[in-house]
Design a protein around this ligand. Sequence first.
Ligand code: SF4
Length: 374
Amino acid sequence: MKYIDEFQDPDLARRLLDDIHSTVTRPWALMEVCGGQTHTIIRHGIDQLLPDQVELIHGPGCPVCVTPLEVIDKALEIASRPGVIFCSFGDMLRVPGTGRDLFQVRGAGGDVRVVYSPLDALRIAQQNPDRDVVFFGIGFETTAPPNAMTVYQARRLGIPNFSLLVSHVRVPPAIEAIMRSPSCRVQGFLAAGHVCSVMGVGEYPELAERFRVPIVVTGFEPLDILEGVRRTVVQLERGEHTVDNAYPRAVRPEGNPAARAMLEDVFDVTDRAWRGIGVIPDSGWRLSPKYRDYDAEYRFSVDGIQTREPAECRSGEVLQGLLKPHECEAFGTLCTPRTPLGATMVSSEGACAAYYLYRRLQLTPATREASPVV
Ligand code: SF4
């Protein structure tokens, strides 16, 4: 299949791997930012094919995983209210809040619906003018533009019974927070290609320069990952730290101007809490004052809900690359995809789910050596 098979060619993969093996002379720790990249790496065993000196650290780029428990609890509260139709993508329904999830709210009589687009939720609002329809808007720079467009359309079309529960986050401030952490081991980044296809690469040169870290924009197929790793280790071995676009078939330097204009119109940059990590300054978006009537948090007065995250789940360390999923004591025992303790086990992009799905149940020698918990 075009654009799929051509990026899974075993001969090309072997050549890229040979190139990486002959380039690397020292240990390097690279972080793949996106959960989709993590799944490609684990599913295809790419980390096991790399030289022992190259460690891949799994980053925080899974939208479900980084949505704070507090926001899940706000969603549960709103979805439980009489007269509300609560719409969400399916992967959020099993994410545990405090004591329950959206499936349980639906089982108890709440009107919780799975939709495939925020515009589906807007249509439901048009069809049910006497009900309050809320869409759960989470995720990174990739999901934010369609959600912004939906709020823009709600205002333009005069649909007053639609609102958005917003928990959008931005990648560059997370990279900065990771690099500022005293326990940071990351020496190079595979940046998330789809985020850059929206936002472009303009925010990265300053980060690369300030932290002297190479940032290579990388795609999601096995050959994309290998090429991203190859370009990153070449820079590291040469002592360079530039921004490099290894995903030009999808990413233009300026990104998608129409999507960026829509984001600018509808959202304001704000501080956001990341699950297990805490508040990162300027790392998210909220609806701008012009669209305040469409803000579910404001409309349902749930902004006072505050929640403490469960101590037994170590997803915060997983999301910061400080712990491999199978090094968590609960992994595969107390915590499985059927009985998830944390969002990184629920989401299809979560690192814990990837390790469970692809049977990474044993510690590798490298992780055993690097792990602070064994
Ligand atoms: S295995 Fe489960 S409990 Fe452990 S960090 Fe992952 S989600 Fe949390």
